[in-house]
Design a protein around this ligand. Structure first.
Ligand code: ASP
Length: 354
């Protein structure tokens, strides 16, 4: 049986304590933990107070499909489609928070381990399932990334329906954000003015960022992944985050494992995070060690504690997995033979700088 210890590791500063502990627990792996699906887990609070984690729905669906013999990419895309279609999730697909001009622009990428192929779309408007369009880029073209108007025309040519993606709730949040802007705003910090927090007290600010990354491995050991998002809320029109950039928001190597990311995309792009995590695993690190090492690179680039949250998720060929973040409080979703659950991510720092 697979013996996994619960991941409540505190990795303060640059110690390797947690990684060492994990390695010894994985020395007890006798049989690969497959199939397995993991995902980022955003806590969604509905207006009536109901709370759920978006990632659990995705991992459950992906796991069920793999159990029924599905390809891992079909499985993860079907999983995240639930989240893209959910109007209450304000960080992904339909109902996502818009850019600063009130338009919803979506980014997504997919990668298929068995073929090593990948596809992505960025700044795509009016199409609620960008992950499906990303898969078409992979399957129907020799390209990897289509953006903006070209991505939209490509989607429409395959029969995707053009829909308004801005829900009334997302529009209200955007209007509130716009009312709070001032002549003192600047590009570096105008995205989350403190006054807006008090103007929207019931707003769950974790939904300012969000995204779903879902990674899966089948019983036979084939791996795939997807990342889909509406990106940073109130971004500059045309801004592309890490999610659709292969190697940053997502990377899969069928011989090694897969990694993905959510959180502040610009910080991730600087370290080409998902690729770095997979390469760390290739050199023998556990998924947890691999994620933490990539996060330490971000910290190093900052020269200290970064201003924003960044999360990595990873699984390897044995079905070992991990989630790790810059700051405490992040979680991720897992479905395997033991069932579905949300686990705490390891972290480097207790809290962001004040
Ligand atoms: N990583 C996404 C981006 O930068 C946002 C997020 O994950 O919240 O676009």
């Amino acid at each position: 049986m697979l013996k996994l210890t619960r991941r409540h590791f505190i990795v303060s500063g640059f110690t390797f304590l947690a990684a060492h502990r994990l390695r010894s627990s994985f020395a007890q792996v006798e049989r690969p933990n497959r199939p397995l699906a993991i995902a980022s887990a955003n806590r969604i609070t509905l207006p009536d107070g109901t709370v759920y984690y978006n990632g659990i729905r995705a991992t459950e669906r992906a796991f069920q499909l793999m159990r029924a013999g599905s390809d891992p990419l079909d499985a993860v895309i079907a999983g995240v489609n639930i989240v893209e279609d959910d109007p209450h999730d304000m960080s992904v697909g339909y109902g996502g928070l818009p850019n600063e001009e009130g338009e919803v622009e979506l980014d997504a990428s997919v990668m298929h381990g068995p073929t090593g192929r990948c596809g992505a779309v960025a700044a795509l408007r009016y199409i609620k399932n960008p992950s499906q369009v990303a898969r078409l880029v992979m399957e129907e073209t020799d390209h990897v990334l289509l953006v903006g108007e070209g991505a939209l025309r490509f989607a429409l040519s395959f029969g995707f329906k053009k829909e308004e993606l801005l829900t009334e709730r997302a529009r209200q949040v955007w209007l509130q954000w716009r009312r709070q802007r001032s002549e003192r705003d600047h590009w570096m910090q105008n995205k989350l003015p403190g006054a807006l927090r008090s103007a929207l007290p019931d707003w769950d600010w974790r939904q300012f960022t969000g995204t779903i990354n879902c990674l899966a491995i089948t019983e036979a050991g084939d791996i795939a992944g997807v990342t889909t998002t509406s990106g940073l809320a109130f971004k500059i029109p045309g801004r592309v985050g890490d999610s659709p950039i292969i190697g940053c928001g997502l990377y899969v190597d069928n011989e090694v494992g897969a990694a993905g990311s959510t959180g502040w995309g610009e910080d991730n792009i600087r370290v080409v995070g998902a690729h770095a995590v997979v390469e760390n695993m290739r050199r023998g690190m556990s998924p947890l060690e691999a994620c933490l090492e990539a996060l330490r690179r971000v910290v190093k680039l900052y020269g200290g504690r970064p201003a924003h949250q960044l999360n990595f998720y990873a699984l390897n060929k044995n079905g070992e997995y991990a989630g790790a973040a810059i700051f405490k409080g992040a979680q991720f979703a897992v479905t395997d033979a033991r069932g579905s659950r949300v686990e705490d991510s390891a972290y480097l720092f207790e809290r962001p700088p004040q």
